[in-house]
Write a protein that binds this ligand. Structure first.
Ligand code: PEP
Ligand code: MG
Length: 326
């Protein structure tokens, strides 16, 4: 088993009828890069930069962040690295930022909202990211976007940081790293067609998208049994987002937990998703599954699923599909 999985490292994630998927890794710390490379990841689809802010009393400087990002970019040796700007608040509180949780942190000042409320944080991150982009292909990912205005403001912060760096003598890549948007708020998914005109790519965060669509705290044990990304509403939001991105000609991926679950990959591909980012350890099993699939078949399967109205029935269909084709 172990040997089969390691042999999988060097073969492409391709369906039996030749549709190629891109499998990337989610990381929190640069120490994970060894396992990312061992798993054969084609890039970093999600670098959760907030982990540089956790478990400490002070803030990481621009230079410290740059060094960490540069290490990741260099070790990925030409493969793309997607760096997400600070996503704190909600379940992720960074002590060093002195955030006082509001009445409902999940709906409060968090992620891009916090970054825009404290522009010095965003400026510093953008500068670190841009400096890292000198060492290899980098993409910028903005978490918890709800509005076009937030995308525009994040892009302005990127451009401002670029001007400052250039004035200080840095030579940056031209064009600058693309700026993508996390689709993890239902309102963002429902405006995916408009957001697609302002974003260079989408990454669908199904963990939060499920939480906010179903109003179920993803960390609350008492309602964990109700948390299910196969709810038709969540699937419709994924489908709408994928179709909007594909129509606009921008890349769209999924980076939530479902991306790393081999049971979901057929459905996601059938909904128009070709990029998956997951914990590195899941890459081999997901790839193995992809290599058993037929694109023509998963398209039809996704259609069947999307005509269903009950989560339980969808779960059943999915199980059946995975047994038949597995
Ligand atoms: C998500 O919400 O699906 C996601 C990938 O981001 P995080 O789990 O870091 O909130
Ligand atoms: Mg999220």
């Amino acid at each position: 088993e172990r040997r089969t999985l390691s042999r999988l490292r060097d073969v492409p994630a391709i369906t039996r009828d030749g549709v190629r998927l891109q499998l990337q890794a989610n990381i929190e710390l640069p120490s994970e890069i060894d396992s990312v490379l061992a798993a054969g990841a084609e890039g970093i689809g999600l670098f959760r930069s907030e982990f540089m802010y956790m478990n400490r009393d002070d803030l990481p400087s621009e230079d410290e962040q740059y060094q960490v990002m540069r290490t990741v970019v260099e070790r990925m040796a030409g493969r793309p690295v997607t760096i997400r700007t600070l996503d704190v608040g909600g379940d992720k509180l960074a002590h060093s930022l002195g955030i006082i949780p509001g009445p409902n942190p999940a709906l409060g000042l968090r992620a891009i909202r916090l970054s825009l409320a404290r522009p010095e944080l965003l400026d510093m991150q953008m500068a670190a990211i841009l400096r890292a982009s000198v060492h290899g292909p980098v993409r910028i990912l903005v978490p918890m976007v709800a509005t076009i205005a937030e995308v525009t403001a994040a892009r302005a912060a990127r451009d401002r940081a670029a001007i400052t760096l250039c004035r200080a003598g840095h030579v940056l890549p031209d064009p600058l790293p693309p700026l993508g948007v996390m689709i993890e708020i239902p309102g963002a998914a429902l405006s995916a067609d408009s957001l697609a005109r302002h974003a260079d790519f989408f990454s669908i965060g199904t963990n939060d998208l499920t939480q906010y669509t179903l109003a179920i705290d993803r960390a609350d044990e008492a309602v964990a049994h109700l948390y299910n990304p196969l709810h038709p509403a969540v699937l419709r939001l994924i489908q709408f987002t994928a179709e909007a991105a594909n129509r606009a000609g921008i890349p769209v991926g999924v980076c939530g937990e479902v991306a790393g679950d081999p049971r979901y990959v057929g459905l996601l591909l059938g909904l128009g998703i070709h990029d998956l980012s997951m914990s590195a350890t899941n890459i081999p099993v997901v790839k193995k599954r992809i290599r058993t699939l037929e694109y023509s078949q998963v398209r039809g399967f996704a259609q069947t699923v999307m005509s269903q109205s009950e989560t339980a029935r969808i779960s059943q269909l999915l199980e059946q599909f995975n047994q038949d084709a597995g």
